[in-house]
Design a protein. Structure first.
Length: 366
């Protein structure tokens, strides 16, 4: 009885597997894209596909009939998978053939991917800090939004001082020089720092001598022309210890100039004035373009001005701890230079604004 009913079921599954294999072949051959080919394969071989449904019926057969039906269904499955692989390869070959129909010159060089590099200012910044850290200097940082006291008064630049006219300031608070001030001098005004000198003040307030530090950073002034931008970069240095002299300052700057601009670079001091140093000096270096012979860059003088410097004024020490910074026990020197200007001189850039316009045609030259 059981054998008579099982035989037609076995035969039915075998014929259905053969029919589905034929249907799948027709569907795969009709597919004209990889997407439609994948959909046709899923209709027959997917978890919910027709052939997969037949496999679920095998357990309903008698044990002696399962092998025959299973073999027929697996043959259909293998046939569909083989045809799918063939059709997929054929479609890819056709797509490649159409893409390469245009003539290609195989002798042309390959196209390298575009890669970025350090900005000229970043390169100059890192080189400067490397030179001074090799001399034993530490790197200090401070806020870019400063109090009027840290930015000016602690550096011997009180309200109304002519030096403030040289540093056209961005005020964050409502305070302006000459306006009514608050009782606390540190609350008189909040500014975008015009130089990195406040970092020197903050370093002396929290540290005792000896000090040997530089403070590179971003500063702001209301200038905008060929040689000035509202935002630029400075690096300033401060050394405080016993027995510091002007000779130490000159030797330090001479070594820096040779390291940054190359061997043979000379420096010269010209008397100048800064409220926070006494005596003060502007420092020139031999022109990097003509090596001191005289050219258009140095206007025929053979020298280029690069920084200001001097011995720290005792009045600046007066804002610190009198025991640690008594003028009769410690001395110091300070210097400051524009990182952007040094980059311009070293790399031959004649307009400071080019450094901030993000023009790849200019930046990729470096």
């Amino acid at each position: 009885m059981s054998t008579a009913t099982a035989t037609p079921v076995d035969t039915d599954l075998t014929s259905k597997a053969q029919d589905l294999a034929a249907e799948a072949r027709a569907a795969l051959e009709a597919a004209d894209s990889e997407a439609s080919l994948a959909r046709a394969k899923a209709d027959y071989l997917g978890k919910q596909g027709s052939i997969a449904a037949l496999l679920k019926l095998i357990p309903t057969l008698a044990p002696e009939q399962r092998r025959t039906a299973g073999r027929a269904i697996n043959e259909a499955k293998v046939s569909v998978e083989s045809l799918f692989a063939e059709r997929l390869a054929a479609l890819k070959d056709a797509a490649l053939g159409s893409a390469s129909a245009a003539p290609v010159d195989v002798t042309l060089p390959g196209r390298l991917p575009w890669t970025g590099h350090l900005h000229p200012i970043t390169r100059a910044w890192r080189e400067i800090t490397d030179i001074f850290t090799a001399m034993g200097y530490t790197i200090e940082e401070g806020p870019q939004v400063e109090t009027d006291w840290h930015c000016f008064e602690a550096l011997n630049i009180p309200k109304g001082h002519p030096a403030r006219e040289m540093q056209d300031t961005f005020y964050v608070s409502d305070f302006r020089p000459g306006a009514e001030t608050a009782a606390n001098a540190e609350e008189d005004g909040v500014v975008l720092r015009t130089h990195t000198s406040p970092v020197q003040v903050r370093t002396m307030l929290r540290s005792k001598p000896p000090i040997r530090m530089i403070c590179p950073g971003t500063v702001y002034r209301r200038d905008n022309d060929l040689t000035h931008t509202p935002m630029f970069h400075q690096v300033e240095g401060l050394v405080v210890d016993e027995g510091i002299t002007l000779a130490d300052l000159k030797g330090t700057l001479a070594e820096f100039a040779r390291a940054f601009f190359g061997p043979g670079t000379k420096i010269r001091f010209r008397p100048s004035y800064f409220p926070f140093t006494e005596p003060s000096a502007e420092v020139d270096v031999t022109c990097a373009a003509c090596k001191g012979k005289g050219c258009r860059v140095c206007k025929g003088t053979g020298w280029l001005e690069v920084l200001g410097s001097g011995m720290v004024d005792p009045l600046v020490f007066g804002h610190q701890d009198e025991g640690d910074y008594a003028p009769d026990s410690v001395q110091g020197f300070a210097f400051g230079m524009g990182i952007d200007r040094l980059a311009m001189l070293k790399y031959g850039i004649d307009d400071l604004r080019l450094l901030f316009e993000n023009d790849v045609r200019m930046l990729e030259q470096f």
